[in-house]
Design a binder for this molecule. Structure first.
Ligand code: ZN
Length: 222
């Protein structure tokens, strides 16, 4: 079953779940921690609607495919069609919600695929690969360029970042994506992960937050 978008107050968003457009290496420190070059233009990939699951009380990890790594990312819910060259104003108006996502990654498989110059989908687009939070309505989320986020695991801060640190800032990123793929209402853009990625273990307790706006407590099943 495809997950239905929700707002933080529990109400359903009246849009279908679309694709999740993702950007790799959008924080320089994270690119360096995986020994990747810092890209000169956004490195885009897509997770399908079937990869999205809600971040509820617990997150179930895919079994028997190797270690699952977390990447915490600011997620943007798209509410208007964007295609081709669009203005800053249109890009900003298209963002109707702000939340958090985990870009779950089978890192050993991804490394094998990268070594062969093969696509990453099997490492990043499997069912359950995109746990997604409810969305804060954009009108309540403040300036997109000032958003921050944090991931704590078992009470210890593992990832912390702000939109101001992104190599490609949010509006520039949305505008670039629209030149490559049409964005439709119900699509999600996830904006890259800061340094501090690592493996998830059964029983880990996760707290994800956009300080002052959103806080989600969950745990890894098992
Ligand atoms: Zn990512």
């Amino acid at each position: 079953m495809i997950y239905q978008h929700r707002y933080l107050d529990g109400s359903a968003v009246d849009l279908p779940m679309g694709k999740v457009v993702c950007v790799g290496r959008n924080y320089a420190e994270h690119a360096r921690e995986l020994n990747n070059p810092v890209p000169t233009e956004p490195l885009l990939f897509i997770k399908p609607a079937t990869s999205v699951v809600p971040i509820g009380d617990k997150i179930s990890l895919i079994q028997n495919r190797g270690p699952v790594h977390y990447e915490t990312e600011i997620a943007l819910l798209i509410g208007q069609r964007l295609s081709g060259e669009v203005s800053d104003g249109d890009a900003a108006a298209a963002v109707i919600g702000v939340g958090l996502a985990l870009d779950l990654t089978l890192r050993e498989l991804q490394d094998q695929l990268k070594a062969k110059a093969h696509p990453w989908e099997r490492a990043k687009s499997f069912d359950g690969a995109c746990p997604l939070s409810p969305f804060v309505p954009a009108a309540e989320a403040g300036e997109l360029s000032e958003l921050g986020m944090q991931l704590d695991i078992n009470g210890e801060c593992r990832q912390r970042g702000t939109a101001a640190e992104m190599i490609t800032p949010i509006l520039t990123l949305i505008k670039h994506i629209a030149t490559q793929f049409t964005l439709l209402p119900g699509d999600v853009v996830i904006t890259g992960t800061p340094a501090g990625v690592g493996v998830l273990q059964p029983g880990d307790r996760l707290q994800l937050s956009i300080p002052g706006k959103l806080q989600i407590d969950t745990r890894i099943a098992g």
